[in-house]
Design a protein around this ligand. Sequence first.
Ligand SMILES: NC(=O)c1ccc[n+]([C@@H]2O[C@H](COP(=O)([O-])OP(=O)(O)OC[C@H]3O[C@@H](n4cnc5c(N)ncnc54)[C@H](O)[C@@H]3O)[C@@H](O)[C@H]2O)c1
Length: 221
Amino acid sequence: MIRVGVCGAAGRMGGAVCAAVEAAEGMELAAKADPALDTELAAILDRVDVIVDFTTPDTALDNAAACLRAGVHVVLGTTGFDLDALREVAEAGGANCFVAPNFAIGAVLLMEVAQTIARHMPECEIVELHHDRKLDAPSGTAKRTAELIGAAGGAVHEPIHSVRLPGLVAHQEVIFGGEGQTLSVRHDSIDRASFMPGVVLAVRRVAGLPDRFTVGLEKLL
Ligand SMILES: NC(=O)c1ccc[n+]([C@@H]2O[C@H](COP(=O)([O-])OP(=O)(O)OC[C@H]3O[C@@H](n4cnc5c(N)ncnc54)[C@H](O)[C@@H]3O)[C@@H](O)[C@H]2O)c1
């Protein structure tokens, strides 16, 4: 039984993760941390094997560092903070850290397909659309997509376009333009349930990963 703690348990994603962990085989929801529940992360670390963090950009790095110092593996979905700083902390830490800017399989496939397209139609623009309470812009998914397209030889035009509106969840379109044609690929998360199979998979796999620091759900597929 993997003992899972959820950091940010009172939030939109944290609440969905608590339910997904409770429903999954081979793991139990051992503890929740969130200032909104009056429980600090430090108080639950001795009761868990893995912490899943969906909090805020200003707390995620410190949360991960506290877990890794305590020998607790981390599955981190929070976006909008410095991943290089986290890499440094994780590589010096005593447990594994898995980070994904997007846990939805459709978004991961969009990134894969975009790299293939970029080899043939390099010029592109990214439009990401999210609910109006999202704290960071552009989204972690858009930044990661741009990085992967760039590495595949594509040219992502600046800036990445960020739309924030009520009614949206998490959406992204990449539009490629070539001579006399365009090609658009789009992914829509219309419910936070889209992220849960990826989160549960990461919880199962994080302890056995070969590296201290791993980025991207595609590494687990
Ligand atoms: N990787 C993905 O697939 C994915 C998908 C959706 C959202 N996200 C990201 O997840 C994060 C959370 O999104 P949300 O919509 O659930 O936000 P939210 O505002 O609904 O929830 C955040 C929660 O974190 C809590 N929190 C703040 N500081 C904390 C701390 N130090 N310790 C414990 N809890 C703390 C808050 O009280 C709040 O309940 C954002 O960064 C968002 O971009 C990632």
